[in-house]
Design a protein around this ligand. Sequence first.
Ligand code: HEM
Length: 211
Amino acid sequence: MGKGSAKSFLLHLHPRLIPEQSAKFSFTFCFGGIAFFLFIIEALSGFLLMLHYQPSVLNAYASIQKITHIYPYGWVIRNIHYWAGQAMVFAVLFHMMRVFWTGSYSDPRQFNWVIGSVCLVLTLLVDFTGYLLIWDDRALWAWTIARNVVEIIPLVGHTMASVIFGPASDFNVALARLYSWHVVILPATLLILTGLHFWKIRKDGGISVPL
Ligand code: HEM
């Protein structure tokens, strides 16, 4: 690394001066920050749950019962994962309302509004797929309804449903598909997009100022 680039890297790490008004808690309520904090909690508690959850028709429900009633502090980890997940949905929604209320979606931040909207959809999808992983009666029927909704899309519905949900004839394959969405694909995409979201905040001149 050259001297110039080392210096600009250090300057980059250095906290940047931001307008006092946009740093005020009563402007952002830190809802975006809270959403990201909850995402980290989800990743950590989810990792611990992964050590015992078994994504197969025979074992999914039973492994969750063991996590809740047998393994030490399993119920604590499961409750943290469940409640932080629900709280994250609310934090993202409140964050979106704040951005709308303060008019911060307008030029030059319109692209970040779009990235944020995709983050909201992903957050709802991770929440939904997590609820299906329990694989009790409710989850099975919710999965069936969701699959049918995709299947009735004209022309591409059947192909899309089998790619997204896996076969309706083999629930073990379907559950493995669901598990990959919940544990890898959706959270990894969310992480990449939140990274882009934060980078864009900086590129758009930092957090907006009150109108
Ligand atoms: C996983 C979801 C999300 C995370 C983690 C996140 C995180 C953040 C953070 C930390 C900020 C800095 C200011 C603040 O905390 O309020 C921010 C700003 C912003 N977010 Fe999000 N966000 C998410 C979803 C959304 C959604 C759903 C929208 C809108 C559809 C959105 C649009 C914006 C915009 C336009 C800004 C700039 C606001 C300003 O300059 O005042 N974000 N986001």
